[in-house]
Design a protein around this ligand. Structure first.
Ligand code: ADP
Ligand code: MG
Length: 361
């Protein structure tokens, strides 16, 4: 099920009514990967306020360009880049470059510059997060049934043997292409939407857009500010009450990406809930105490990869990572309902209701 930004529950409309554009950091919610559902771009509005919509990368996407700068044809051409990126990077489309890499059985696969670039970025994110973000975790993601939507709890032996195939240092990327150990597989699901959003944002800016808001499922990207100079307001969903929000953040020229366990999960026969973000060090769904992680960064691919990584790493390691690298801010929700907000974004974040906020420095 995809959530469109028009699906704003009534209990939030009044408090946020002053906002001219509410964009919800909602998700590509729910179901299994079903790539290839792209069936065109729908453009509405005038030059002053034009909106393009499409379904691609398993999610509903909208691009709202304000204050002119691009024509409807230009907007369409920019948005068409996304299904093209998807056709290379999808793990479920049999013709994609990633499917070729995953079918290579230990041989080297030649890839395009774009695929090489995103894999190289992914390896950097793995090194930065000490393996919490790892595209080679795919054999595990698949074993838990998150790709096909056929959920199951794998046995301990199965997880143990799959862990032997996982590890970003086992992937080699050189002039010849991508090489994985036999049986190894990759999945760019935790970074591809962020990467695509950056390309779409740059294309729109090159075409002349100076004020725009892009919503690619749980990924929000903005160009400039609103035409009146005020910031874009992005509401962040409450992972414990999906009809409500933990608060909102006011931003310009940046990306906001949320990863939540609620987006894809199932309950096992043991009564436990299992979700789609896997801790590559254990082979099990991550249980760090963080149940929703939002990352704010100028670079959307970084924000996307880190939103997944911080979900795996938890509160303490997230703070350590930010102290070490800077270049991003975050908002975490913990399983006891707590909110942890990094110092650099705390002034721009407004919690909703009576929530207490812990500021991470
Ligand atoms: P969403 O796809 O809902 O936006 P994420 O960006 O957090 O959420 O990506 C989660 C997806 O990334 C999973 O569905 C899976 O395909 C893959 N994945 C799961 N765990 C990891 C991990 N530790 N590192 C990298 N990719 C992961
Ligand atoms: Mg991600």
């Amino acid at each position: 099920m995809n959530k469109s930004p028009s699906a704003i529950p009534k209990n939030i409309i009044r408090p946020l009514a002053i906002i001219t554009l509410i964009c919800l950091a909602l998700s590509s919610c729910g179901g299994p990967a079903a790539s290839g559902v792209y069936d065109g771009i729908f453009i509405t509005g005038s030059d002053a306020e034009m909106t393009g919509q499409m379904t691609a990368m398993d999610t509903f996407m909208t691009v709202s360009v304000r204050g002119g700068g691009v024509t409807a044809d230009e907007l369409r051409q920019c948005m068409e880049l996304v299904p093209d990126i998807e056709s290379r990077l999808s793990v479920t489309l049999p013709e994609s470059e990633i499917s070729a890499v995953n079918a290579a059985k230990g041989k080297t696969t030649a890839v395009s510059d774009m695929t090489r670039d995103i894999i190289s970025r992914s390896l950097e994110m793995s090194a930065m997060t000490d393996g919490a973000f790892d595209i080679t975790a795919y054999p595990l993601v698949r074993a838990w049934g998150f790709t096909a939507g056929e959920y199951r709890v794998p046995g301990e032996d199965e997880i143990e043997s799959l862990l032997g195939l996982v590890g970003w240092e086992k992937l080699s990327l050189d002039g010849g292409g991508v090489t994985l150990p036999e049986g190894g597989m990759i999945d760019l699901g935790a970074i591809a939407k962020g990467y695509a959003g950056d390309i779409l944002r740059d294309a729109l800016a090159d075409a002349g857009a100076v004020s725009a808001l892009l919503s690619l499922g749980g990924n929000i990207v903005c160009i400039g500010s609103k035409p009146d100079g005020s910031k874009w307001r992005v509401a962040i969903r409450d992972p414990q009450d999906l009809s409500s929000y933990i608060g909102y953040v006011d931003i310009c020229d940046t990306s906001v990406v949320t990863s939540g366990g609620y987006e894809r999960q199932f309950t096992g026969d043991d009564g436990k809930t299992y979700w789609h973000i896997i801790d590559p060090s254990t082979g099990y769904p991550a249980r760090s105490g963080v149940i929703s992680s939002t990352v704010i960064s100028e670079d959307g691919a970084t924000a996307d990869a880190l939103s997944t990584a911080l979900f795996v790493m938890g509160v303490e390691k997230a703070a350590g990572l930010r102290r070490e690298y800077g270049s991003f801010e975050y908002i975490l929700v913990t399983d006891d309902g707590g909110l942890v907000v990094s110092e650099g974004i705390s002034h721009a974040f407004t919690p909703y209701g009576e929530r207490e906020v812990v500021i991470a420095r």
